[in-house]
Design a protein around this ligand. Structure first.
Ligand SMILES: [Zn+2]
Length: 452
């Protein structure tokens, strides 16, 4: 009998706990969906500041805006964390042509981030099309030397998660220049990392190695890639011409911006939510990663405006330089380690502001602990908390033992826009963005209440 009473008490207690969690979560959604600031903040960041690559004047403006915004919202503490970042500039509008025995066809390209320029005359050479680094090895120096290598492996459309499709192709963009240079190539042109067939080239970081000759690298639109491939089939002597005047300047001083609300019971246990403030220069970076930035700020604002005090400290971190160096994420983790801070979890939103789907978590024990929370979040669109990946910016914190969590929203349109001139504010839906913000605030609440 006594056992039954105890069980009954435990049962009603857990029911009450559940209820108060669900009431709190409902409050987040009600506030955000009626008086939310996510969309207005994004409007300012995308339309008034715009493209903000590390080291640019717009990136400095964005830092200023992020600090002022969090100060204005009255978080307990807001500060800047200095970090030196690469400063790459694109230069003049890039030019490119396919030159076959029959015709010259202009195509749309853009330089890959961190790439060197071609010189003012540009480069012209025969093209060799490949789909993998293995093919380069098979062709060898004899067939590749003096040519432009054309990487044309498409994203796999049968991959339902577009992030996996991207992950299966992006080595060509990141390492194509280094791999082709090993065999004496003089330049590379990479098919844009998108599943759509359109005429927008998609930029993104490319990475050199000091020991290997640097050669210029550009992205070609998927329409351009199709034309180039067809031209090579018809005329194996097809040449490609491209000109880009981009260059790497000396490092610049920049900042991560951090705002926090102190925990009431375990203030030394920290939960981070973040995204990256920098974005490519050819777009306004609304989806990559303006949405993650405003969701991080706004999630904390919801606690503040609703008078909800978390038990553990919650921090919004606006990371600098994810796109072409990831130095902000490194710096944050380095400082956290120096200060012996205890980060129990880090959440990143860097997949756009689309309809919520799930949270991806890198730790099995944490996933098990979080399963009851799915019931609370299902009605708002979070159908699963499952094995997954956190994000580039929070990655370096993993060493400290923090659980890595990625906010996962519908992924079908993200890579249509990603790193291209059409990643703009008009592609973001206000309501979808707000639902994501509220899901993130809810997760912050649950972790702050129960730990991980
Ligand atoms: Zn991003």
């Amino acid at each position: 009998m006594r056992n039954l009473v105890v069980l009954f008490i435990l049962f009603t207690f857990s029911l009450q706990a559940q209820e108060s969690d669900s009431v709190i979560i409902r409050k987040f959604f009600n506030e955000e969906l009626t008086k939310g600031k996510s969309y207005g903040l994004l409007d300012h960041l995308a339309n008034n500041i715009g493209g903000r690559l590390s080291g640019s004047p717009q990136a400095a403006q964005a830092v200023d805006w992020g600090k002022r915004t969090m100060d204005f919202l009255g978080f307990d503490k807001v500060w800047l964390q200095e970090v030196m970042v690469p400063h790459w500039v694109r230069g003049d509008k890039e030019q490119a042509k396919i030159i076959s025995s029959k015709e010259k066809t202009e195509v749309r390209i853009c330089a890959l981030g961190n790439s060197i320029g071609t010189g003012s005359k540009g480069i012209t050479a025969n093209v060799i099309e490949v789909k993998s680094f293995k093919e380069l090895e098979i062709l060898g120096k004899k067939k590749i030397e003096g040519k432009i290598v054309f990487f044309n492996r498409a994203l796999d459309p049968t991959n339902i998660g577009t992030g996996s499709a991207y992950g299966g192709a992006v080595d060509q963009r990141g390492s194509g220049a280094v791999e082709a240079a090993k065999y004496g190539a003089i330049g590379v042109v990479v098919r844009s990392m998108t599943l759509t067939m359109d005429d927008h080239p998609h930029t993104g970081g490319t990475w050199y190695k000091d020991s290997i000759t640097k050669i210029p690298a550009c992205a070609i639109s998927t329409i351009g890639a199709t034309k180039l491939s067809e031209s090579i089939k018809l005329d194996p002597e097809t040449k490609f011409y491209f000109k880009q005047t981009c260059e790497m300047l000396p490092d610049e001083k920049s900042y991560n911006i951090i705002g926090e609300i102190r925990g009431s019971q375990y203030p030394e246990e920290i939960i981070v939510v973040g995204g990256h403030l920098d974005c490519w220069d050819i777009c306004d970076g609304a989806s990559d990663d303006g949405t993650g930035i405003v969701q991080s700020i706004e999630a904390l604002r919801l606690f503040k405006v609703l008078g909800i005090r978390p038990k553990r400290t919650i921090r919004a971190v606006l990371y600098m330089n994810e796109e072409n160096g990831a130095r902000g994420g490194e710096k944050y983790a380095e400082v956290a380690a120096t200060l012996h801070e205890n980060h129990i979890a880090a959440i990143e939103s860097d997949g756009g502001g689309f309809t919520p789907r799930s949270f991806g978590v890198d730790n099995e024990n944490a996933i098990a602990k979080m399963q009851p929370w799915v019931e609370l979040l299902k009605q708002y669109g979070i159908m699963e908390i499952k094995k997954g990946w956190g994000g580039v910016d929070i990655g370096p914190l993993k060493k400290s033992g923090a659980v890595m969590i990625g906010y996962t929203c519908d992924s079908q349109r993200y890579f249509d826009y990603h790193h291209s001139e059409i990643d703009t504010f008009d592609k973001v839906n206000k309501r979808e963005l707000e639902l994501g913000t509220s899901c993130i605030a809810s997760l912050l609440w649950l972790i702050s209440e129960y730990g991980l």
